[in-house]
Every structure is written in C-alpha cells, then in structure tokens.
Design a protein around this ligand. Structure first.
Ligand SMILES: Cc1ncc(COP(=O)(O)O)c(C=O)c1O
Length: 366
C-alpha cells in the first residue's frame, strides 16, 4: 500500500470543475493584478479570523516580511522568536537587517516557551514573533502580557494555523499582525504560492497596502521602500473555491489525529500534545519516537510518506552562524529536532491507510 504524506490530487479531484471555472473567470476578465477576487478573499479571511482587515500577499514569507517592514523593524532592532520553525520566520527578520533573538521551546507543544521571553528582551527589542507550529497556537496570554509591558509588537507567524484557536480567539487576531501562508500543503492551500496578513490596526493596514506595492502612494511617489508583495488573483480565485471546505477539511484532520492518538496510546510513540486552551487544525501530525531516523527509513520502504519538521533548529543553521549561537543553547529545540517526525494526516486519508501506518509503526517497535 502507498500512503503519501499529502495527496493534493485527491483533494483537487473533488473541486476540479469549480477551480477551473474560477481560474477561467480571471483569465477571461484579464484582471491579472489585484481585482475583485483578491478583495473578496481578503474580506472573507478577515472575517474567519475575527479581524477587521486583511492584505493578500505573494506568500507566507512575504506576509512576515511585509509585516516587519511595515512596523519599521530593521537595522538596530531585535526580534524574539523560536529556533524551532520553518526558515522563513527567521530569514525574514534577518533580511530586514534586524537581529533574530531566540528563546527555547516548550517541549510539549514545540511552540515558543513564553516563560523565557522576558529575559531575552533588550532596549532594542521591537517585536516578539511566536510561531503557531503544526496547527496549534502558541500560549498567547503571557506573550501578550510581556509585549504590553515593554511596548513590543507581536507578529503571529500563523502560516500553519489558519482558523485554529487559543481560548476561543482565532489565530492572527491576538497580535499586532497575523501572517498566513497558502502554500499548497497548508490546510488552505493555493495552486501555487500565496499568503495573507490580518490585523485590527487600521494604521498598520494602510501601511501594509502601501508596502505591498513598492511603498508607493500615490503611484510613482515612494515615501517608503516596499516590495512587490501582491497576491495573484488566480490564486485568490482558487482559494475562494477551497475556503468553504476549510472547516470540514480541518475537522477531518482532527478525526484522523484522534484515530492515531487512540491507536498509539500506551506505546513508545509520543502523540501530539494539544493544550486544553487550543483547538488545533493539525496542519501536521507530529510524533516523537526513539530511533527516529531508522523509523523514517523503514516507513519510506513500506511506502509511507513521512517528513522531519525540522531537522536543524535555526540557531544551528550555517547562515545564522554570525548570531553567535551554538550547540546546547536551546536544548529542547535541539532534542525535538532529533526526535520528531510527521505522519500523513491529510483529510482524504482512508481508515485502511491509517491502519496500515499504525500497524507498520507498532510492529516496528515490538
Ligand atoms: C511556520 C512557517 N512560517 C512561514 C512560512 C512561509 O510560508 P510560504 O511558504 O508561503 O512563504 C511557512 C510555510 O511554508 C511556515 O510553515
């Protein structure tokens, strides 16, 4: 049996005609930049995120970069974040000229440990960037509290967590800005790259719009140096077709997670810990196991797709050597990087496929 990590063709088969019609509508209109599809998606993503404003951008990465640039974060500033994340989070901070400052993670949730944030704050700290990893939001109350105490912005990297909640609040709605990715493997994935920023701050919203378009307003007059961060209307059209299915797809991921949780109970496999404060959208189902690398190789041989998110924490990446961190600085992140692996969790998985995954793992550990 084959069980891929993700099966985008299975999802596409269910919405193919609508996607083709929506894309064709954009092509027929020849509104190839901006236009009504982008505006409609912005309105709908703002609404489902309980935010007043949304700005469509070219990727999750550009959502983060635009947020940092629009908050005037750059050379001479520091931004506190987690070392256990996708490169984009930290790459964007560094690209503005600001210095990424790491604090270790909570080993249960893999999200930033809020108890460590205050000690990392310096005079030049401008923002905290929690990452809502694998579909579960970070512990936002203590982060918000410390941010308010030191007057810092909070940029939520919610690339993996659209519509997930913390104490009933939606991802992206708690911080100064929230950043989503529509990378095809996300719960709401486009047919290419795309992203969005949500905020309740009208001043920031206006700046994000200007920065998305090279920092120009009016046209050809540049008060700021921005970029081309625009969301493609073809992506917006496809995402509008997928959006009504998002809750149902996330629910199916939760059901699949519950199946795995039950079958791995009492075994050496450590299943994901979801805080009682959170509802996860399970963008990934990440387990911790002994002999992780051998198990990954074994499952691949058995036709099961699995992936390691993330094998090298950011403070140990070659390109961030200049930050001066070393092995042992963030032991929980380093331990997680050696022990975690993601299993297939996508909504279209059959019970037969999940049973096969569970059996292969449980037999391996006997
Ligand atoms: C945590 C995190 N941050 C940022 C990004 C960047 O998003 P994108 O790939 O759309 O640029 C991703 C996704 O790939 C991500 O998982």
């Amino acid at each position: 049996m084959q069980v891929p990590l993700l099966d985008l063709k299975a999802q596409y088969a269910t919405i193919k005609d609508e996607v083709l019609a929506a894309v064709s509508e954009v092509l027929e209109s020849q509104r190839c930049i901006g236009g009504p599809k982008v505006a409609e998606l912005e309105e709908k993503i703002a609404a489902i995120s309980d935010c007043k404003f949304a700005v469509g951008v070219s990727s999750g990465t550009d959502a983060i970069l635009n947020s940092l640039m629009s908050l005037d974060i750059g050379v001479g500033n520091e931004v506190i974040t987690t070392p256990f994340t996708f490169f984009s989070t930290v790459g964007c901070i560094a690209r503005t000229g600001a210095k990424p400052v790491f604090v270790d993670i909570d080993p249960k949730t893999y999200n930033i440990n809020p108890a460590l944030v205050e000690d990392a704050i310096a005079d030049i700290t401008k923002a905290i960037m929690p990452v809502h990893l694998f579909g579960q939001m970070a512990d936002m109350d203590p982060i918000t509290k410390v941010a308010q105490k030191y007057n810092l912005a909070v940029i939520e990297d919610a690339a993996q967590s659209i519509t997930s909640t913390y104490k009933g609040k939606k991802a992206g709605s708690i911080g100064t800005a929230g950043c989503f990715s529509f990378f095809p493997s996300k719960n709401l994935g486009g047919i290419g790259d795309g992203g969005m920023i949500v905020t309740n701050d009208e001043q920031l919203y206006n700046r994000l719009l200007i920065m998305r378009n090279h920092g120009s307003k009016p046209k050809y007059y540049h008060k700021y140096i921005g970029g081309n961060f625009r969301l493609d209307p073809i992506q917006a059209a496809a995402l509008l077709v997928k959006l009504p299915h998002l809750d149902e797809w996330s629910e199916r991921r939760r059901q699949n997670a519950a199946y795995y949780d039950e079958k791995f109970a009492g075994t050496v496999v450590k299943t994901p810990y979801i805080s009682p404060d959170c509802i996860s959208i399970y963008n990934q189902y990440v387990i911790r196991v002994p002999n992780r690398d051998e198990l990954v190789a074994h499952l691949k041989e058995k036709g099961i797709g699995c992936e390691i998110y993330y094998p090298v924490p950011m403070h140990l990446q070659k390109c961030f050597e200049y930050l001066g961190y070393g092995e042992g600085d963030f032991p929980e992140a380093e331990k997680a990087a050696k022990e975690v692996m993601a299993l297939p969790i996508y909504p279209e998985l059959s019970e037969e496929q999940m049973k096969y995954v569970v059996d292969c793992i449980n037999v391996y550990f006997i």
